[in-house]
Design a protein around this ligand. Structure first.
Ligand code: ADP
Length: 261
């Protein structure tokens, strides 16, 4: 419960930061990046200044990435949910995902046939996949395998779950598994908090999983990490099945049915 309190408090900070300074900050970064490019054009790669300007540019790019993530996280208040088949999204994203995971890692995508539809923000879901794949890659500096899979989960199966806060029902399960270094229990308890990171300064923002968590919660789903140090990590995301009749059911008709006596 304490962890969730920290989560919501930090989300408030994220909102304030994003609303207040992130936008202005972005404009300043655009200037830094623009002038760096102009300076680079005036130097040759072998000049001493060239390397320094490249460093300025790299830092400004990292800052811009951080601002982008902050804004994305704050924007989650207004998701644009649509009816989506995740199998199609996965097929669509294969090439981009391959680019993220680097040559060192194998990427397997296994989507079961006839996946049910879900109601999610497509863009946010894709971002979540990139975040999870990026983390998996970071956890495997010497290479390994990332497996992204999707399948339907029946209500009967979810009834066996001994998880508090899980509402039994029909879900589509997306798993992102890696064979990386895993994480300790202490780390696992904090991973969804905004700004929590174990990565070196400049590499980690601690915003990736916070935004994945936000997307999942906003879609009425659940996310569970499962990790073993030295063996790897699996993230399981359950998104509720979307039933076509959900928003068209004529409720007034039901009410006018004669009451059984
Ligand atoms: P960041 O990637 O910027 O650190 P995240 O919110 O995405 O931020 O992740 C928070 C932390 O969770 C990471 O710093 C890392 O310690 C841990 N983590 C996330 N995914 C994995 C993974 N697949 N394997 C091991 N540790 C992970």
């Amino acid at each position: 419960l304490e962890a969730r309190y920290a989560q919501s408090q930090k989300m408030e900070v994220v909102g304030k930061l994003a609303g207040g300074i992130a936008h202005d900050f972005n404009n300043m970064l655009t200037a830094i990046l623009g002038f760096s490019d102009m300076l680079l054009a005036q130097h040759r790669p072998k000049d001493v200044a060239y390397k320094d300007i490249t460093s300025i540019k790299a830092s400004a790019n990292r800052a811009a990435e951080l601002v982008r993530k902050l804004l994305a996280l704050a924007r989650q208040q207004t998701l644009q949910n649509e009816i989506i088949n995740l199998g199609a999204v996965l097929t669509d994203q294969v090439n981009l995902l391959k680019g993220i995971v680097s040559e060192k890692c194998d990427l397997k995508i296994e989507s079961a046939p006839d996946l049910w539809n879900v109601m999610v923000d497509r863009h946010e879901f894709e971002q979540a996949l990139y975040n999870l794949a990026g983390n998996a890659k970071d956890a495997m500096p010497n290479g390994g395998t990332i497996t992204i899979s999707a399948r339907n989960v029946s209500e009967r199966e979810t009834q066996k779950f001994e998880l508090r806060e899980f509402k039994p029902g029909e879900y589509v399960l997306i798993e992102v598994a890696d064979t990386g270094e895993g994480m300790s229990r202490e780390v696992m308890e904090k991973i969804f908090e905004p700004f929590f990171t174990t990565k070196p300064v400049g590499k980690g923002t601690g915003l990736g999983l916070a935004s994945v968590y936000g997307m999942v919660k906003q879609s009425g789903g659940y996310i569970y990490p499962d990790s073993e140090a030295g063996k790897g990590t699996t993230f399981r995301i359950y998104l509720p099945r979307y039933h076509a009749d959900e928003d068209t059911a004529p409720k007034t008709l039901q009410r006018s049915k004669p009451e059984p006596k």
